[in-house]
Ligand binder design. Structure first.
Ligand code: T4K
Length: 369
């Protein structure tokens, strides 16, 4: 039994005293929100750190997804994955858009481009793929389809902070990418999110949309929402950025150890890594398959009995929730790979403060069975 519970994740927190000078500045200036100095500074710091052109900060990724769809004027139907956090599809419903689910690839667990074309109808305006666990989608194949059918692509990149492929930041693909800075993410601002956009004009539209559509005191150009990140969250982000490389390095160590020690365990499948991707090790999913002595749920339960709270991300599938399951594309027969992954997946604890001893305990419980 662990002394204290071990959760699937734990937020990285800088030393509290390092945050005090930021708070003092906010207390002095009385600028709390509405695009203040920390907000502007974090936007430019993130552009440099991530290697992207334009960023708009948000209160969270869900509001950012809702706004990204507005910014791209997407309507009708959007093709997406059932294997994600519910916010992905909810952002479509909040825009009155019908999600059309297609199956995922068994190696990446991301939207399988092979199924996209047959899901396109005259009502399709775009594709919303997810870089699930921060593992990049087949961006080239998705873009090819989008170009052929004149569709927009918004990547739900909630998990993909800092991930790079052969072309640079994975966030530069598609029309827009949306990041989450939630407490459970690789880089957190308590709550937070962002939209990465390719040009100044698009960023300006997004910035209007996240501030009620306001341009100036007498001009409102769109029915915008309030999606602005506050100064306190932005200040925290600036401080987090100073520590993020260290956090990513520790995640890489934990991931490498899981890979090494779980490699020979019959019935435990670890997803393959690509040597063309610089990953962020946001999650450590394993698939509990035939050949393992316990079912996925029995293993999940066993870990809980030892105070280890692994999580079944992403089970149930989004397409199984009541607001989606009536859609024709939500039929389980349409989504066999996703259904299998949802039945087998278990995300093991991974976060910078996870100790060697805690990780040994997790591994020991998986191996001994
Ligand atoms: N798109 C995708 C693909 C996403 O995965 C998400 C969010 C979004 C969009 C939307 O992003 P945001 O609007 O949230 O920015 C969590 C998160 O709440 C959610 O952000 C995340 N994905 C999802 C995958 O996981 P839960 O319900 O599993 O979280 P919870 O509260 O059970 O937390 C998990 C564990 O983390 C806890 O057992 C303990 C630890 N924890 C959590 C929090 C909140 C802490 O130690 N401290 C904390 O403050 O959804």
């Amino acid at each position: 039994m662990s002394d204290k519970p071990v959760y699937v994740t734990q937020p990285s927190m800088p030393p509290l005293e390092e945050f005090m000078p930021y708070l003092e500045k906010i207390w002095d200036s009385k600028i709390l929100t509405n695009g203040g100095p920390f907000h502007q500074e974090l936007e430019s710091a993130l552009c440099s750190y991530l290697g992207v052109r334009y960023i708009s900060l948000f209160t969270n990724a869900t509001i950012a997804l809702v706004t990204a769809l507005q910014a791209m004027r997407m309507t009708g139907e959007v093709i997406t994955t059932p294997y994600s956090f519910v916010a992905t599809a909810h952002s479509l419903l909040w825009n009155g858009i019908k999600p059309v689910f297609v199956d995922i690839d068994p190696d990446t667990l991301n939207l399988d481009p092979a199924w996209i074309e047959s899901a396109i109808t005259p009502h399709t305006t775009g594709i919303m793929p997810v870089h699930c666990y921060g593992r990049p989608c087949d961006v080239a194949a998705i873009q090819k389809i989008a170009d052929t059918y004149n569709l927009k692509v918004i990547y739900d990149a909630a998990h993909a902070f800092g991930v790079r492929d052969a072309q640079g930041s994975v966030l530069n693909h598609g029309d827009l990418s949306v990041l989450s800075f939630h407490a459970t993410k690789v880089f957190n601002t308590f709550e937070g999110g962002a939209i990465v956009s390719p040009d100044a004009k698009t960023k300006q539209r997004i910035d209007h949309l996240k501030n009620f559509g306001i341009v100036d005191e007498v001009t409102v150009v769109a029915p915008g929402i309030n999606g602005k990140m506050s100064e306190i969250n932005a200040a925290f982000g600036l401080l987090q950025l100073k520590h993020v490389d260290q956090a990513l390095a520790r995640r890489a160590e934990i991931s490498a150890r899981y890979r090494a020690e779980l490699a020979g365990v019959a019935g435990i499948r670890v997803l393959p890594e690509s040597d063309r991707v610089a990953p962020n090790h946001a999650y450590f999913p394993v698939l509990v398959q035939e050949g393992y002595p316990l079912s996925r749920d029995a293993l999940y339960q066993k870990l809980r009995e030892h105070n280890i709270y692994a999580r079944r991300y992403f089970y149930p599938l989004i397409s199984d929730f009541p607001m989606y399951r009536g859609l024709p594309s939500a039929d389980p027969a349409n989504l066999p790979v996703a259904a299998k992954a949802a039945a087998q997946v278990l995300c093991l604890p991974i976060y910078p403060a996870l100790t060697e001893r805690e990780q040994s305990h997790v591994i020991g419980l998986l191996v001994e069975t």
